[in-house]
Structures are given as C-alpha cells and as structure tokens.
Design a protein around this ligand. Structure first.
Ligand code: IMP
Ligand code: MG
Length: 177
C-alpha cells in the first residue's frame, strides 16, 4: 500500500472560500430568481456544494449522485458507475452539476450525457478544480474555481484512498512509491 509522505498547502481555506463566494455571486447573477437544482457529486463535492449553496441567492434545491471512475489509486480507470442516482426527475429543471475536480473528464462526459437525456430545462457544470493538462474526454465547464497543474491534490473533499477529505485546505500530496 502506498502512503502520503507530505502534503504541501496549495490553497488555504480562506482562498478557497473567497473564490467560492465569487462563483456563488456569478451563478446567482446568471440564474436570477429561477430555481437552481444543484447536483452534488459524492463524495468529493460535499464540502464545495455546502459552501457554494450558501453563496447562491437564487432558490436552491440540492440532490446527490454517486458516480465513480476511480479505483483506489490516483489513476482514472475509465469505468464509470452510478452507485447512487437522483431522488426525483430533473425534467424541466435548471440543473447545475457540482464537481470537486475534473481530471480526464471521463466521469463528467458520461454523466452530462446521461443527465441530458432526462430533459432538464438547462444543464451546466461547475467545478472547484480543473486539471486541463489531463483531459482525455472533452467537457464543457461553465464555472471553474481554480485551474491546477497535473499533481495529485487532497483536502476540501478530495481524498486519497478515502482519507484527507476533511482537511480544510487543498494541498499537493507527495505519494510514497
Ligand atoms: P475524471 O473522470 O478523470 O475527470 O475523474 C474525476 C474524479 O477523479 C474526481 O471526481 C475525483 O474523485 C478524482 N480525482 C481526480 N484527480 C484527483 C486528485 O488530484 N485528487 C483526488 N481525487 C482526484
Ligand atoms: Mg470524486
């Protein structure tokens, strides 16, 4: 089993929350008084969704989906599985998918296609982090918190083997080989 040797802080809790407040303002401006149906992608987006939802002034509904393309390591497997689906139909709703990080883009390209077949009124994507260098599948991202280099990050919801999600900051993880 590989372990994390060290975590170097890349974005502090204050920096992350400040940026999320800006994203919330931008999203509120875009939707105005129209209700927004936030889909939090479990588990990584939980912290981001909570903070973002608090900064949106449009009426907000929150639902959860669990989709994974990752095994237990740091590389995407390319296999996408929905292990928890939405509670209700999104037909006619303004859907905003909230993701922690877009890496290869495999998970989101599959998910956006799947959601678009359910006839939402609109379908947008918001991510806290984006690793553009790693993209394999093209995904149209409407709101991006931060672009980061091709390094493995943990904290603020992001995990390494299910650990470190609770770190209040985002850090680059040095992994022991
Ligand atoms: P994609 O399908 O390759 O875009 O994978 C996206 C998912 O991979 C994210 O929702 C994360 O769960 C996971 N992931 C990708 N990069 C990282 C990282 O640097 N740290 C932690 N999880 C990551
Ligand atoms: Mg994830």
């Amino acid at each position: 089993m590989t372990k994390i040797k060290q975590i170097n802080i890349h974005l502090t809790e204050e920096q992350v929350n400040q940026r999320i407040a800006e994203m919330g303002a931008e999203i509120s401006k875009a939707y105005g008084d129209e209700p927004v149906y936030l889909i939090c992608i479990l588990k990584g987006s939980v912290f981001f969704t909570c903070e973002l939802a608090k900064r949106i002034t449009s009426p907000v509904e929150i639902d959860f989906m669990c989709v994974s393309s990752y095994g237990s390591g740091t590389k995407s497997s390319g296999v996408v599985k929905i292990s928890k689906d939405l509670d209700v139909s999104i037909e006619g709703k303004n859907v905003l998918v909230v993701e922690d990080i877009i890496d290869s883009g495999r998970t989101l390209s599959y998910l956006l296609h799947n959601l678009s077949t359910r006839k939402p009124k609109s379908l947008k994507l918001c991510t806290l982090l984006d690793k553009p260098e790693r993209r394999v599948c093209e995904v149209n991202v409407d709101y991006i918190g931060f672009q980061i280099p091709d390094k493995f990050v943990v904290g603020y919801g992001l995990d390494y083997d299910q650990l470190y999600r609770n770190l209040p900051y985002i850090g680059f993880a040095e992994i022991e080989e």
